[in-house]
Design a protein around this ligand. Structure first.
Ligand code: UDP
Length: 339
């Protein structure tokens, strides 16, 4: 550890999945404040170019127990932040055993290895998909966990594993349940690039830009005011900031928080926002519901705001869309063309 910045002691962090969407933005936030970061990523869905040059990228798999041991032996670690996972609700409905097997298997082994190596703090990238049936009301941390998909179930199982790692071994953990991560680094260094892309905001933007013929709206017969699903879109840079703010809370206890903007937006609202921001029409067609999608998922994030002073900087949907649009316009090929 070395002293850097205004009085803060810089830390050392191991970030699994740090080449992915949320992970890469958290790595950027750690680097921006002067921390040392090692990323472990198998690049199955992450991108080499999404790891900013200040971090050390180790290309490898969490299934490789010897590699994980070797990395964790490189003490000291201020925390391990665990993002690496299969993360598509729809895929998990088609292949539940893979999702549960991989996410729970790798996560449990990583948590166990952290305990063996004396790591004291662990941050789990968790999800609103814990609350499967959803609710019209904003969802608080103590809402019943009832995953609507094997993906959500796999994260619920890891939250429970962390509970026992805390009870039995004293590992402090933060389970951060993201609602819909969206947007892109406002400095233009990072963005969202999945192959294939399945997330709403990049797909709506691509339809507006003429990069795909149209958007398919998965269901317009939900019990919501306009019939389309309502989600709580939270800017990925605000999520990254939330991770930094969660770390010091672990000095006193394990925590779990729901992270969203507290604002619900329907699929049609997202289309309207993209039309406002781009000044173009979004061609779209209504199709059947996508299995596993609850009608409404909106966070009650008040507890985290109160505990940490967190305040989303990009709370407005249009602000989220603007940063996502800027990155997609600048990187039509995503990360393939370079950083
Ligand atoms: N959605 C849609 N068309 C698409 C992709 C997504 O209508 O091509 C809807 C989806 O049904 C959900 C919302 O947009 O209600 C957000 O989906 P996304 O996959 O971005 O995130 P999720 O909520 O599944 O994590």
């Amino acid at each position: 550890m070395s002293a850097k910045g205004a009085g803060r002691i810089a830390g050392r962090y191991l970030v699994t999945g740090g080449a992915g969407f949320v992970g890469s933005h958290v790595v950027a936030a750690l680097l921006d404040r002067g921390d040392e970061v090692v990323v472990l990523d198998n690049l199955a869905t992450g991108h080499r170019n999404a790891v900013l040059p200040g971090a050390r990228l180790v290309v490898g798999d969490l299934e490789d127990a010897a590699l994980v041991d070797e990395l964790l032996a490189e003490q000291p670690w201020d925390a391990v932040l665990h993002f690496a996972a299969l993360s598509l609700v729809g895929d998990s409905m088609r292949d539940p055993f893979r999702y549960i097997g991989v996410n729970v298997g790798t996560g449990v082994r990583l948590i166990g290895a952290c305990v063996r190596h004396g790591v004291r703090r662990f941050v789990l990238s968790s999800t609103a998909a814990l609350f499967g049936a959803g609710s019209d009301a904003p969802i608080a941390e103590d809402a019943p966990v009832d995953p609507g998909s094997p993906y959500g179930e796999s994260k619920a199982m890891l939250e429970r594993t962390l509970h026992w790692a805390g009870r039995v071994h004293g590992l402090r953990s933060a389970a951060l349940r993201y609602f819909n991560a969206a947007g892109a680094d406002p400095r233009g260094r990072l963005g969202e690039d999945h192959a294939p892309e399945t997330h709403l905001i990049p797909l709506v933007i691509d339809a507006a830009l003429g990069r795909r013929p149209e958007l398919t709206v998965f269901g317009a017969d939900y019990p919501t005011p306009d019939g389309t699903c309502i989600r709580d879109y939270v800017h990925v840079t605000d999520l990254a900031d939330a991770h930094l703010r969660a770390l010091p809370l672990l000095d006193s206890a394990s925590v779990r928080f729901n992270l969203g903007s507290g604002q619900g937006h329907s699929v049609r609202d997202v289309i309207a926002s993209v039309e406002r921001v781009t000044g173009r029409r979004v061609p779209h067609r209504i199709a059947a519901r996508r299995p596993g999608d609850p009608p409404v998922l909106v966070a009650a994030s008040g507890r985290f705001a109160q505990a940490s002073g967190w305040q989303p900087r990009f709370g407005e949907l249009d602000a989220i869309v603007r940063t996502a649009l800027a990155w997609r316009e600048a990187h039509p090929q995503g990360y393939r063309a370079g950083p």
